[in-house]
Design a protein around this ligand. Sequence first.
Ligand SMILES: NC(=O)c1ccc[n+]([C@@H]2O[C@H](COP(=O)([O-])OP(=O)(O)OC[C@H]3O[C@@H](n4cnc5c(N)ncnc54)[C@H](OP(=O)(O)O)[C@@H]3O)[C@@H](O)[C@H]2O)c1
Length: 366
Amino acid sequence: MSVERTPEGRGIGSFACVIHPLNPKQDVARKYPFLARVLPTPLIHFLSRFWPPVYLSRVSGVRSESTGKEASGWLLACPLTAGQMLRLPPATAYRKIVQTGRLAQKLGARILGLLAFTSVIGDGGLTIARRLNMPVTTGRSLTIAVALEELTEAARWQGIRPERATVAVVGATGSIGLACSRLLAPQVGALLMVGREETRLAMAAEMVRAAGAQQVRTTTRIEAIQEADIVLSATNASRPVIQPEHLKQGAVVCDVALPPDVSPRVVEERKDVLVIEGGVMDVPGTVDFGFNFGLPPGKAYACMAETMILALEERFENYSLGKEIETERVREIAQLARVHGFKPTVLNELRELSSGSFLRRENGGR
Ligand SMILES: NC(=O)c1ccc[n+]([C@@H]2O[C@H](COP(=O)([O-])OP(=O)(O)OC[C@H]3O[C@@H](n4cnc5c(N)ncnc54)[C@H](OP(=O)(O)O)[C@@H]3O)[C@@H](O)[C@H]2O)c1
């Protein structure tokens, strides 16, 4: 088995992932505990605008189960908080993300993964990829594949048959929400697409119907998910949008949003509901992230995993870019994830649970 290693992670298999603070106090404390203690949250938001990109750590030990090849890379932080990215003009956020990308280039990374809101704002990475002299991915293709797999498995675990169920997609006009709606629609009893704006929702529903699905309805009222047996949530809201009173008895909710869409109150107050933190994967090998970004050791967000897989494959090319994600890419990256041994964390956890108990995360780092 040949293992390719080069000094400082340069050369084959090297990647960089750009993260940013989701919860200003908690996430800033991971790097600057003193500042997080003394600065009030509004000041953290304000200062994030002027803070330069931050080198967080080296990542090592990502090892393909099939080829034995290793990938290594870096975690970098774009200092803007989720709230700031939504409030600032996209041009300002682009500038900061491009600066972070340039740091990745200097370090020798050969592909850049844009995580959470660094891929949400603006045109889904297209402008950033154009301004940087390196391939970029948002990791959305794998996030979509993983979310759908997790949803199906969690529904089965909860005794729900998707083909008879009403499934709600919250954030259905978005990149992940629309792709998931398109893929889910032919397999479920009825699809409820939830968004904020009627016209955008109507256009999204047309695209889903054009893919052959008939039982598709739209709504701008989050309360309407009360009728859903299964909920997939992928909004770009900076605060939770799903509250305990919105959910049907015994529903399954898969939340892939970063920061999360499901209020912590749901986990506390709705013991009948199964909430899963979607889009998290077990990384093959003995990965050391060198920095606590909020997930337990050995786990990565699916968008990070996509970047690592492309590095292992030496596919140094733009991959999931732009708002519209190709179904073919979703299938391809899911297959590559299986080949290299990346597994959705929730599937293992569900298998380990005894019947009658529920999977509730303490929102580890989210
Ligand atoms: N776990 C992972 O690995 C992973 C990977 C990538 C992304 N993500 C997360 O997934 C989420 C979605 O990403 P994306 O790329 O699909 O973002 P996106 O394309 O910006 O889509 C988000 C959608 O959410 C909608 N929305 C916002 N607030 C809403 C609300 N209150 N109710 C209903 N819909 C609402 C927006 O609607 P409008 O049309 O009105 O704007 C928008 O269409 C983000 O939180 C991102 O951080 C996670």
